[in-house]
Every structure is written in structure tokens, then in C-alpha cells.
Write a protein that binds this ligand. Structure first.
Ligand code: MN
Ligand code: MN
Length: 315
């Protein structure tokens, strides 16, 4: 089962200038063939389908805990997309004019109208950058550990190339913060699968296929994460389980030579999400957000909850 923590794995900036076409490009990192839905569901199904796991425990623990991290990555990409779409549909229905900031008429010519029309909500969709829905055909779970780990290594390789392309294509601060973090974490996963294969077969994929060559040391948005050691650390994402990661995730980092480590903490400290404002033009969270707020306040009062919401959001 999954334990859920109401924080993002890393801090993302608050909404600024909306960028719906940039958000459409970022969709590739969510629902593209090499996006976070693919990494998440690949490792999740490989862990669900894993046979003989006790005998292969360090490998099972590796795939299962990286799967849990990928859940947080689909959350991060979705949050970045929603941040970039904020402000495009904040004009109440029927009052839109033409031009930027004009509500729905202003987004008629955007790349992905599904963000507003179907399902709508000025919200992330489980699609790639061309609007194709993500499909389970992107999941490779063969049952053969060496085959699966090899697939995972190349999946992380393609995912990092995609992140660098989106980084260069989209300048919005939310997209840059997102890709800066994911480039660093994807590097850890790439190394993790390469180390697992090397420990299993002796083949060193990082040496055979030194790709992609991504200069994270020269990307400003990667630096805070590298300074915190996020480029060489794997998390268990469990208070008491998945204790055997160190049996396969070990040795020197192939680029920096530093030791690879298993985090003592269960999960990244992360940061609370910003409370993204209602977008009334698309009825999110309803045609009258104030009405929802009043009903929730009454229910909270009747349940004996404190006046202020207990959850934490960024200011
Ligand atoms: Mn990921
Ligand atoms: Mn990954």
C-alpha cells in the first residue's frame, strides 16, 4: 500500500504569467511515452508482478521504492502544468473578452484546448504534448528481471533527454524548477538501474551507453538539489520497509566519484504546494467557489474541527 504525504517532493514557484502553450509542452513529461506516468506505472507493475521477491529482495526493494518516488513526480509535473495554466480562465463565464487574461475567449487558440474544454478545469490531463492519451501499452513488465531492469535504464535515459528538451523549450519558472529537479532525480534512477544490472550481470551500462550527456552542473535550476546531495541519494519511501536497497545501490557516482547513499530519512523533505486559486471560467472548483467554501466551513464546524484548515499550503 502507499502512504501519502501532503507535500510536493520539491518546491515549485507560485503562479506568475500564464503560459498555456508551455503547459502543453510540459504535458510530454506527464503523459508522454517517456513521461512520469510511464516511469511510475512501469515500476509499479514490475513490483506488483515480481515473483520470487524474497530471493531477489534487494532488486524488488529497488524497483518498489523508485515506483513510489515516481508517484510524487506525476504530482510535481501536474502541479507545474496547473501553475502555468493559472490566470487563463479566471474571468467568470460570459464576461470574457478577446486577448490575454480574457478568460476562455483568450485561450481559443492554445495548443491543447482539453485543458479548458474536456475534461477542462484549467488542469493537467493524462496526455502527451500532442494531446494523445497516456496508454498502458507504455508499460513493460516482462517478469524477467534483467529484461525489466534494462528497459528501466533506457526509460530513464529517454526521460532525461525529454526533460532537457522541455527545459530548453519552455522558460516559465515553474517548468524550469520542475525540470531542474527531475533531471537530478532521473540521474539517480538511471544510475540505480545501471548499478542493479552491473551487480546482477557484470555489464556496466553507464560505460557501454554514456548517454544522455546532460551537464547538470551547468544548469542553474539543478544546483540547489546537487548541493543537498539529491544526485546520489535514494529514498525508501517507507517508515520500516525496503531496507535492502544498499545491496545494489552502492559504489561511486559514475560522474562525480562520490559515494552513492541510501537516505536515512524515508522521503525528501519537500515543500507544501501553493493553493492554486479558483478558475471560475471553467467551474473549478465550481460555478460559485464561495458556496463550496461556505459548505465546507459548516461541515468542518459540525465535525468539531478547528476554524483554520489543518492542512498546510505555501503562503
Ligand atoms: Mn520521474
Ligand atoms: Mn525516474
Amino acid at each position: 500500500m502507499i502512504l501519502r504525504i501532503d507535500r510536493l517532493q520539491t518546491e515549485l514557484p507560485p503562479p506568475s504569467d500564464p503560459d498555456p502553450n508551455g503547459a502543453a509542452a510540459v504535458q510530454e513529461l506527464l503523459g508522454g511515452k517517456f513521461g512520469e506516468m510511464s516511469t511510475f506505472m512501469n515500476y509499479t507493475y514490475q513490483s506488483f508482478n515480481f515473483r520470487g521477491r524474497q530471493g531477489a529482495r534487494p532488486f524488488y526493494d529497488l524497483v518498489a521504492s523508485i515506483a513510489a518516488e515516481e508517484f510524487g513526480h506525476i504530482e510535481l509535473v501536474s502541479t507545474a502544468i496547473n501553475t502555468m495554466l493559472t490566470g487563463t480562465a479566471d474571468t467568470p463565464p460570459g464576461r470574457g473578452r478577446r486577448g490575454p487574461g480574457a478568460g476562455l475567449p483568450g485561450v481559443r487558440d492554445v495548443r491543447n484546448t482539453h485543458h479548458y474544454l474536456a475534461p477542462g478545469g484549467a488542469a493537467a490531463v493524462v496526455q502527451d504534448s500532442m494531446g494523445h492519451p497516456w496508454t498502458g501499452d507504455n508499460v513493460f513488465s516482462s517478469g524477467d528481471l534483467i529484461e525489466d531492469l534494462t528497459h528501466n535504464f533506457f526509460l530513464e535515459t529517454g526521460a532525461r533527454s525529454g526533460k532537457l528538451r522541455v527545459y530548453e523549450m519552455v522558460e516559465h519558472p515553474a517548468a524550469r524548477a520542475l525540470t531542474g529537479y527531475l533531471l537530478v532525480r532521473g540521474g539517480v534512477h538511471q544510475i540505480a538501474y545501471a548499478r542493479a544490472l552491473e551487480n546482477l550481470t557484470g555489464a556496466n551500462l553507464m560505460r557501454l551507453f554514456p548517454s544522455p550527456r546532460i551537464p547538470t552542473d551547468r544548469i542553474p535550476e539543478c544546483q540547489p538539489h546537487i548541493r543537498r546531495g539529491e544526485h546520489r541519494k535514494l529514498y525508501r519511501f517507507s517508515p520500516s520497509d525496503y531496507l535492502e536497497l544498499a545491496a545494489v545501490f552502492n559504489g561511486p557516482h559514475p560522474e562525480t566519484g562520490e559515494d552513492l547513499v541510501i537516505a536515512e530519512e524515508t522521503n525528501p523533505e519537500g515543500a507544501p504546494a501553493h493553493d492554486l486559486p479558483p478558475q471560475p471560467a471553467v467551474f473549478a472548483p465550481g460555478p460559485d467557489p464561495e458556496e463550496v467554501r461556505e459548505i465546507a466551513a459548516k461541515l468542518r464546524d459540525a465535525a468539531g474541527l478547528p476554524k483554520q484548515p489543518t492542512g498546510v499550503v505555501a503562503s
